[in-house]
Design a protein around this ligand. Structure first.
Ligand SMILES: Cc1cc2nc3c(=O)[nH]c(=O)nc-3n(C[C@H](O)[C@H](O)[C@H](O)COP(=O)(O)O)c2cc1C
Length: 382
């Protein structure tokens, strides 16, 4: 087995532990936490790990390939980088580090509306391969402008979000003053002093800001005004009236993220959406909700031939990707795993995390005698 990663960190958990030591507590807790009592957060991984796979040791094996086709594109692995907001808060310049690593490894990178790199920059770094996730603007004019920018930047896929009709209730962020409206407390400032590498990198790259939204934001907003601006500018609850004009306008592939029910999948198909990401936002929105692997199995079995069914939430390893694919996902995404990697290892973190996951997944495929990623469901123990 060729190890193309730093062997001191051979698991996502190692990266998480290192990240916790490298970045201020308020930033780590924003990344790491779920919502309410974190039930959904842990359920995502624990129920995914109940999925078991069957090897066929004596079958003739011609080699295992991670390459996977999605929306007419061949990617080098069946996983991509999920959209994460405020990435520069966790590690300065992290969206750029991850976009570049995704491009070099030929896997999808999804840029969030509310992260700290702009659509144009992400597109430049990935030669037009970055996907873009749109938080729904309240005003049509702003929506159209952002969509036109994504089209001009040649984004192949637009991702819209249905699982944030309202902000998640996240006790850590409330305690740390990161809820809307945010506030910078003395305790947060003191935490920065204990993290000199993070502080120096932050000085180097400057205060993180919402790069895509900058042209629309009044100058010189304090944190409280910023919270109000975000609240007024976006309205998360999606419905038919909001999706239709986007579908009419967007010529590329359109993906609905945050789907967790058959009803929403049927609506997505009816409204002409090309793919769904079965997701619960990494357990950050509905603590009483199901883990994603449960609805995934049902949705993939029922609608997998009508719409591309992808999945995220709770994936922390190559075997986890295999479990999700065996349960019917055509493709998978991860949010925290990559952010732990980059928070732990800075500019080496993107490459490290992708290489680690590829190595693990390759090992699982060879162990199972699974030659193509589309063959994973044949190994599922039902
Ligand atoms: C810190 C953080 C911020 C996030 N911000 C966004 C966002 O701006 N837009 C979005 O669509 N999803 C966002 N998500 C959800 C991720 O895209 C993804 O669904 C989730 O991280 C998957 O779960 P995992 O972290 O267990 O892999 C965020 C997740 C985290 C952890």
């Amino acid at each position: 087995m060729v190890m193309k990663f730093d062997t001191r960190y051979p698991s996502i958990d190692d990266l998480r532990t290192r990240a916790q030591k490298k970045i201020p507590k308020f930033a780590f807790e924003y990344l790491d936490g779920g919502c309410n009592e974190d039930v959904n957060l842990f359920r995502n991984t624990s129920e995914l790990r109940e999925v078991q796979l069957k090897p066929n040791y004596l079958r003739k094996h011609h080699g295992s390939a991670l390459k996977t086709r999605l929306f007419g594109v061949e990617y080098d692995a069946p996983f991509g980088i999920a959209p994460v907001g405020l990435q520069g808060l966790m590690w300065p310049n992290s969206p750029e580090i991850l976009a570049k690593a995704a491009f070099e490894h030929n896997i999808p990178f999804i840029l969030s509306t509310v992260t700290t790199t702009s659509i144009e920059r992400a597109s430049e770094l990935t030669e037009g391969k970055a996907w873009f996730q749109l938080y729904h603007p309240t005003e049509d004019k702003l929506r159209d402008d952002i969509i036109n920018r994504a089209a001009a930047a040649e984004c192949p896929v637009l991702v819209i979000l249905c699982d944030v009709p309202t902000f998640g209730f996240r006790p850590r962020d409330i305690r740390n003053g990161l809820a809307m409206p945010p506030k910078m407390t003395l305790s947060n400032i003191l935490q920065v002093f204990g993290r000199p590498h993070w502080a120096l990198e932050t000085l180097k790259y400057g205060q993180p800001n919402f790069a895509t939204l900058k042209p629309y934001m009044p100058k010189g907003l304090d944190l409280k005004q910023l919270g109000k601006f975000m609240d007024q500018t976006f309205s998360g609850r999606l419905n038919e009236e909001k999706i239709k004009p986007i579908r009419d306008m967007w010529k590329g592939k359109l993906v609905l993220k945050g789907v967790a029910s058959e009803y929403d999948t049927e609506e997505a198909i009816r409204l002409g959406i090309d793919g769904v990401i079965v997701s619960n936002h990494g357990g950050r929105q509905l603590d009483a909700g199901q883990s994603t692997v449960k609805p995934l199995s049902i949705i993939a079995a029922k609608y997998g031939d009508k719409i591309e069914v992808m999945m995220d939430s709770g994936i922390r390893s190559g075997p986890d990707v295999a479990r999700a694919m065996a349960s019917g996902a055509k493709f998978t995404f991860m949010g925290r795993s990559f952010m732990y990697g980059v928070s732990a290892l800075g500019k080496k973190g993107g490459n490290h995390t992708i290489s680690l996951l590829k190595t693990e997944l390759q090992q699982v495929m060879e162990q199972l005698c699974c030659e193509k990623t589309t063959d994973f469901p044949n190994h599922l123990i039902k």
